[in-house]
Design a protein around this ligand. Sequence first.
Ligand code: AMP
Ligand code: TRP
Length: 332
Amino acid sequence: MTRVFSGIKPTGHLTLGNYLGAMRRWAAVDQHRADGLFCIVDLHALTVDHDPARVRRLSRQAATLLLASGLDPELCTLFVQSHVDEHTRLSYVLECVATDGEMRRMIQYKEKAAREQGRGGSVRLSLLTYPVLMAADILAYGTDEVPVGDDQAQHVELTRDLAVRFNQRYGQTFVVPRATHPGVAARVMNLQEPTSKMGKSDDAGPGIVYLLDEPDVVRKKVLRAVTDSGREVVYDREERPGVANLLEILAACEGGDPGELSGAYASYGALKKAVAEAVVEVLRPVRERHRELCSDPAYVEGVLRKGAERAREMARPRVDAAFRAIGLLPPV
Ligand code: AMP
Ligand code: TRP
């Protein structure tokens, strides 16, 4: 059976981008057709300035929202990264295979490091090595496919390079995985700034739709989305990024093709109304199920406990094999 692994960082409240770009597919498709592992990658949340209590809270919330979005612990393995030591064990070994130059070429590192330095802050070393930990997350499980949004393509490419290099140098140990991206909404853009990604952010941005936003808040954000000069609703990512983003969100929510959908709307106003209602409807069941699950934290904890046990068993043999292959003496 195909093995699928993906992860989500508890660095902020989950967004419509996370949902349409990743989570929804995990629940609707991946967990049914594959052996799926879905991970709250909390160690990755420590690579930037963070508040410990908030990371804990967001980790719990992410687990609850993943279950609310339809992940079924009978079908897949849902767990927290820091509960399974194999990730950091393997990460160190892979650091001995990766190069400094390779890390510094990562687009996300360059952007985040520049932002941090612009604020006069310092860059954590873990921000530089983060893609190696991500490679360890993936490679520890013999993963075939990594369903992610577009922004993670470069990291999965690096993971492949490290797997191939390790296998060549030290003997066949890792499966070489590949990224899979959704057909539409692989990159949902910020509604106020349609040339940048809708990312989790500390401030409650008016251009970011959060999964737990009240329906009226969702409507307001969509109706206030920045559109482009011009009147006609046409799908043109380069020239009309604002409208294109709305059409892609609509297509992702309702099915269909963004280009074809554009013909059905006479004005930007009409398009925005349709998008607002489509998003509210897509999020409704998630919000409702989330509310139910919040009243049963013991259930969520139980899911995470069993998930971590299962994940540990799956990862340990391969990580042990990597330790042996690279020259570490087995414990006596
Ligand atoms: P992160 O929020 O960076 O932990 O991302 C978790 C998953 O959501 C990854 O697969 C990302 O590629 C995906 N994702 C995050 N933001 C977006 C977005 N704006 N559009 C599409 N996918 C996204
Ligand atoms: N780096 C990913 C992100 O920012 C999160 C992540 C960590 C991940 N480990 C992973 C995604 C393993 C897929 C597989 O979105």
